[in-house]
Design a protein around this ligand. Structure first.
Ligand SMILES: [Mn+2]
Length: 357
């Protein structure tokens, strides 16, 4: 594995490349052209400039999170073929710049969903949190307003104001899209992009839906082992793989995370490692990475990744806000740096334990 950190680019991130470089063991960043819209073609010059900027700091680009998918592709409507064509050209340009991993998701309307961005924990730190009760009480059109005030002046991925202004329209677009249709549209997309992925050896890594169940009655399919295996088999190509995100699959306590990792051997191209603390099955917060601080056995999660021979980029996922840092919720420097160090400690212990047996 390679330890990485997500970075939104110098115009958008409160964390600098120099700070990331100083986290022990972190050698790469997972980044994006944050000011592009879904469906837009990424010009090679812009990718090249980003690559040069990262290289100048002594780091490199380990992958892209995300190249977002236009709603016409997810719904199978309108200008889908044109947007798929742009996606193929974008992948080609990434390949030419020697970038070989792309994370994306296939979630309708709302990206990841939390109901609090700054739940205060007993130690005074704050974390993102979710309760089903809060979602059930909310008009989906008010979802954006309800969290926008807590974003610390940042634009959060998947919650771009321009997109959220069209929520009503987006809901109408997905009116006739059920799970089966969403699967079919995903298949259509994957089949169209596999040739360029094979040509440039680009690993596509679908991110799970978060939380891993339907919200506001919208279909969500990347939620459990059964569905993810279905997705892999319907386009059976090694480049059609997954981002294993422990914090997203883990929202559903029925998901056995180490077992899922083992069943996805050879197809996990990217890993997000994060712990959650549950107060009830539908009320949880994002906990510090350490096993003792949350509900997951992080040793077993990292051990499963080690056991399947995972060699891709890994990153600590959302962190809490600690030590007075003001940053994009979930994406401050300090708690993620602690997470990166902890995960590397687990990995080293597992690796040395295996070798010395
Ligand atoms: Mn994730």
């Amino acid at each position: 594995m390679e330890m990485t950190l997500r970075w939104y680019g110098s115009k958008f991130d409160t964390v600098t490349l120099q700070q990331i470089r100083q986290i022990p063991g972190v050698t790469g960043v997972i980044t994006t052209l944050y000011d592009t819209q879904p469906g837009e073609l990424w010009e090679q010059e812009r990718i090249h400039a980003l690559k040069e900027e990262v290289a100048a700091s002594g780091l490199h680009i380990s992958g892209i999170e995300s190249v977002n998918i236009h709603d016409d592709i997810k719904t199978g409507l309108g200008r889908r073929d044109e947007y798929i064509d742009n996606y193929i050209k974008t992948l080609e340009n990434l390949g030419k710049e020697d970038i070989h991993m792309v994370c994306y998701n296939f979630m309708p309307v709302f990206d990841w969903t939390r109901t609090e961005l700054a739940r205060v924990l007993p130690d005074g730190s704050t974390a993102l949190a979710y309760t089903q009760e809060a979602v059930d009480a909310l008009d989906p059109e008010k979802m954006f307003e309800s969290i926008a005030g807590d974003m610390n002046g940042t634009v959060m991925p998947g919650w771009e104001p321009e997109r959220m202004a069209r929520v009503k329209e987006l809901f109408a677009l997905y009116k006739d899209v059920d799970d089966e249709k969403l699967f079919a549209n995903l298949k259509y997309f994957l089949e169209a992009i596999m040739p360029v992925c094979n040509k440039y050896d680009i690993n596509m890594a679908i991110h799970p839906d978060d939380p891993a169940w339907s919200v506001f009655g919208l279909p969500r399919i990347i939620i459990n082992e059964e569905n993810i295996l279905r997705m892999m088999h319907m386009v059976d190509d090694v480049h059609n793989g997954v981002t294993f995100c422990s914090g997203s699959y883990g929202t559903n306590l029925k998901n056995d995370l180490p077992h899922m990792i083992r069943s996805l051997k050879g197809r996990i191209h990217f890993a997000h490692v994060r712990n959650l603390k549950f107060h009830s099955p539908t009320n949880f917060e994002e906990a510090p990475h350490v096993s003792a601080c949350g509900s997951f056995d992080m040793y077993e999660i990292v051990k499963a990744l080690y056991d399947i021979g995972f060699t891709g980029p890994i990153r600590p996922d959302h962190g809490r806000s600690i030590w007075g840092e003001v940053a994009m919720p979930g994406y401050g420097l300090y708690d993620r740096a602690l997470g990166a160090t902890y995960i590397q400690g687990l990995w080293e212990a597992i690796e040395k334990g295996a070798i010395r047996k």
